[in-house]
Design a protein around this ligand. Structure first.
Ligand code: BTN
Length: 321
């Protein structure tokens, strides 16, 4: 049996949030208390917070809403949805299988051992409390230039989907973050292979903070927030299903009509529209007032009375303070 089989059985039992005695867990899984303790340690390494009660009972600090294939598939109703409890990175998983994928196939994980963010950063991915979702897409035209646009379209679709589910006011930050209450709620990482002038295989990776505890603060380089702390309660399986469904639909619209129909929608959601920002472009810094995006997906800044567009490479935007 694989090393992760018993920890996964254990988390299934503990996910109800109730206290479970070590002996009972041992009986259920056919092992000694020492073995249970070993598997509890594995769960802790995966980032699951467990309280030890009266030296013999185990209880999660909060209930876990485990990923459920049936619930997600019932919303999506087509294509492949791959659910992995433990994986290096959902983006990596799809990239390695690109030849076997169909448009819109998705991979979701409970825990990523090597989750990656933009600019080579690590994406903190504890078990069961966030959404780590990747979706495969194929662009027939536009090639690498279309990737920036696709990133913006993905941000719009994900923010709108979440807002519709909950009536919340989630915003976007150019080029690929979701913001809530002026803090980062989610990041999108688009990766591609086999790029030619026109076509490209794309993986859209979303990391969405849902219920991550503040213990992870030290590993994250900017202010962040999760849905739960903002009082937003939506089941993780519903979020996953709705996002896959909406992305599949809207990416087809994007391929047909391009970015232009999405520009107004971006402006409605833009957290920094008409605000003063700093734009870091490599070692250079640009300061200006955000005036939205153009048809190429570039950010528009008003600088000394002129509108200047910026796009591509390692650009990051921060509020001016
Ligand atoms: C960012 O830096 O803001 C983008 C973060 C993207 C993280 C997601 S989690 C699912 C997918 N798999 C990964 O390894 N990364 C993306």
């Amino acid at each position: 049996m694989k090393e992760i089989t018993f920890p996964l059985k254990l988390i299934k039992i503990l996910s109800d949030g109730k206290m479970h005695l070590g002996e009972q867990l041992g009986e259920l899984l056919g092992m000694t208390r020492v073995d249970i303790n070993k598997h509890i340690n594995t769960l802790c390494k995966w980032g699951i917070e467990i309280n030890l009660i009266a030296s013999n009972g185990y209880q999660l600090t909060k209930k876990i809403d485990l990923l459920d294939y049936e619930k997600i598939y019932n919303l999506v109703r087509s294509g492949n949805i791959i659910i992995k409890p433990v994986i290096n990175s959902t983006n990596q998983y799809l990239l390695e299988r690109i030849d076997q994928l169909n448009l819109g196939d998705a991979c979701i994980a409970e825990y990523q051992t090597a989750g990656r963010g933009r600019c080579g950063r690590y994406w903190v991915s504890p078990f069961g409390c966030n959404l780590y979702l990747s979706l495969y897409w194929y662009l027939y035209q536009g090639g690498p230039a279309a990737v920036m646009k696709l990133s913006l379209v993905s941000g719009i679709v994900i923010a709108e989907t979440l807002n519709k589910l909950n009536g919340s006011n989630i915003k976007v930050k150019w080029p690929n973050d979701l913001y809530l209450n002026e803090k980062k709620l989610a990041g999108i990482l688009i990766e591609m292979i086999g790029k030619t002038v026109d076509s490209a295989h794309i993986v859209i990776g979303l990391g969405l903070n849902i219920a991550m505890s503040c213990n992870y603060e030290i590993n994250i380089n900017q202010g962040w927030i999760n849905l739960q702390d903002a009082g937003i309660q939506i089941e993780r399986n519903v979020i996953a299903g709705q996002i896959i469904l909406k992305l599949r639909h809207e990416l087809v619209q994007f391929e047909k009509y391009g970015l232009i129909p999405f520009i107004k929608r971006w402006h409605v959601l833009d957290n920094f529209l008409l605000k003063k920002v700093k734009l870091h472009i490599g070692d250079h810094l640009q300061v200006g007032i955000v005036k939205g995006i153009n048809e190429h997906g570039a950010i528009l800044l008003e600088q000394n009375g002129k509108i200047v567009s910026y796009i591509g490479g390692e650009i990051s935007l921060r509020p001016y303070s």
